[in-house]
Ligand binder design. Structure first.
Ligand code: BES
Ligand code: MN
Ligand code: ZN
Length: 495
């Protein structure tokens, strides 16, 4: 099932045709609004027989009651609406999508009591958009009965204060679009989305009033980004560094900075990965995708903040020109790195991007995102991203934003004992720390490039792609990080 849904809001009015979805609560499974479309009272009987209680995430579908003005009536259980969090409303919106079926017109009737806030109605709509996302660019068999890929659905949410809903929805639309952008970038195959093409997608955000600069290989050479450039040596496609700036705050305020790993494909390089599952490495730019999606959202909702997004875009390939184990490179910071394993490439891309970020922008805070290690999945599975930080306040703020958005993070330790594990015989450091604590030694590596800036690193290898589907995501790419960081900005850094 896939479709594109257009959401709008309207004052309660008589419904005709299509599907009517009545929100149901535990105190009132069949609301007045539901009865108003079900003229013959079949709903009350059906609800009784089915034992439908209006519990959260429960649904009931009544097909074509003969005298009704609509084709279908369905009930969407909310539980107790007074106890619903914003995320519960998103999940309800996701569930709502499962009721759409073949209807092309859907009307959501006001909940029992009519006490739903405009914000809650807008969250419901955001949940609808997130759940309805699908990536079917490369499916050519559209439009037949089994695959309604190109179908358009108009969904109207009825609410007494439709204009307040519409206002509340505007920033949610920006979030939905940012999440969809991040998902699209991760889902795209690497033959379509190389470093140059990714940078072009970032450049396209200029339309939203963002400043975007793209550095070429030549310019990065001048900046002495040998660590990043070393990863790119085996690829016939040149690297890029894209810098996105959104100036929504006071001109002099230091920006909040986001840095993303954008390895468009990670073969492992000369330390080549096994073949099984390697296709997933088209998603090794999930950090860069989250940063790009976030910047889209901030610009689209005109966030009152100065933000900068920096993404390092490379492809990690084996080749006669590729970097070797044993090679030593000099990073932009001046620190030297012995390459032990060419598959530990993400940290090499990030370290130069982090240095550039600090030297150029002196950010108030710097957060990087990366599908950095398989080890983070061993530690945390796919339900939390790994969080590493040199700042307890920032760490707490991220954890809180994670609870709010349910894009959860779990802090893991840093410390001198782990730091020692990446000392090198020949250079200042090596790019792997051995078999144990792989996510932590990767984070220690990054930390060596952070100078006096409150910083956090999110290892999203387990959460950005291939994670279990949820009520609000059915796609391989989740868009993880966009809502988390949008919430972080909203509650901590906006005027
Ligand atoms: N991109 C991978 C990490 C990864 C693995 C992301 C699985 C998503 C799913 C990263 O570049 C990598 O290869 N890391 C190595 C590090 C090792 C060589 C020290 C790993 O995790 O095995
Ligand atoms: Mn790798
Ligand atoms: Zn990688």
């Amino acid at each position: 099932m896939s479709m594109s849904i257009e959401v709008s809001f309207a004052k309660p009015a008589k419904v005709s045709g299509g599907l009517a979805v009545a929100t149901a609560t535990v105190s009132e499974p069949v609301s007045e609004a539901a009865r108003s479309v079900d003229v013959s009272g079949q709903l009350d009987k059906a609800v009784k027989i089915a034992g439908f209680k209006g519990k959260a995430q429960s649904t009931m579908d009544l097909l074509a009651p003969s005298e009704a003005a609509v084709d279908r009536i369905a009930l969407l259980g909310l539980g107790d609406p007074d106890k619903m969090s914003a995320h519960d409303w998103l999940r309800a919106g996701g569930k709502l999508v499962t009721l759409v079926g073949k209807s092309e017109k859907v009307t959501v009737l006001p909940a029992a009591g009519g006490q739903v806030s405009p914000e809650a109605a807008a969250d419901l709509a955001l949940g609808v958009l997130m759940r309805a996302y699908s990536f079917d660019l490369y499916k050519t068999k559209k439009g037949d009965d089994d695959d309604k890929t190109s179908r358009k659905v108009k969904l109207v949410i009825q609410h007494e204060d439709a204009s307040a809903c519409k206002k509340a929805f505007a920033s949610r639309q920006a979030v939905a679009d940012g999440v969809a952008l991040a998902r699209n970038l991760v889902n795209e195959p690497a033959n379509v989305l190389g470093p140059v093409e990714f940078a072009e997608r970032a450049k396209a955000l200029e339309e939203l009033g963002m400043e975007v600069e793209v550095l070429t290989e030549k310019e990065m050479k001048k900046l002495k980004m040998e660590a990043l450039l070393g990863v790119s040596l085996g690829s016939v496609r040149p690297p890029r560094l894209a810098i996105m700036r959104w100036q929504g705050g006071k001109p002099k305020d230091k920006p909040v900075a986001f840095v993303g790993k954008g390895v468009v494909f990670d073969t492992g390089g000369i330390s080549i990965k096994p073949a099984g599952g390697m296709e997933d490495m088209k998603g090794d730019m999930g950090g860069a995708a989250a940063v790009t999606g976030l910047m889209h959202t901030l610009a689209a909702r005109k966030a009152k903040v100065n933000a900068v997004g920096i993404i390092g875009l490379v492809e990690n390939m084996p080749d006669g020109a590729a970097q070797r184990p044993g090679d030593i490179v000099r990073s932009m910071s001046g620190q030297t790195i012995e390459i032990i394993n060419t598959d530990a490439e993400g940290r090499l891309v990030l370290c130069d991007a982090l240095t550039y970020c600090q030297e150029k922008f002196k950010p108030a805070v710097m957060i990087n995102l990366a599908t950095l290690t398989g080890a983070v999945m061993v530690a945390l599975g796919q339900h939390h991203a790994g969080l590493f930080s040199n700042d307890d306040d920032l760490s707490a703020a991220l954890s809180k934003a994670g609870e709010t958005t349910q894009e959860r993070v779990w802090r893991l330790p840093l410390g001198p004992d782990y730091d020692k594990m990446i000392d090198s015989k020949f250079a200042d450091m090596k790019n792997t720390g051995g078999r144990y604590a792989g996510s932590i030694t990767a984070a220690q590596f990054l930390k060596r490039f952070v100078v006096d800036t409150p910083w956090a690193h999110l290892d999203i290898a387990g959460t950005a792609m291939g994670s279990p589907s949820t009520d609000i995501n059915q796609s391989w790419a989740s868009g993880f990080g966009v809502r988390l960081l949008d919430e972080l900005v909203r509650s901590n850094y906006e005027a």
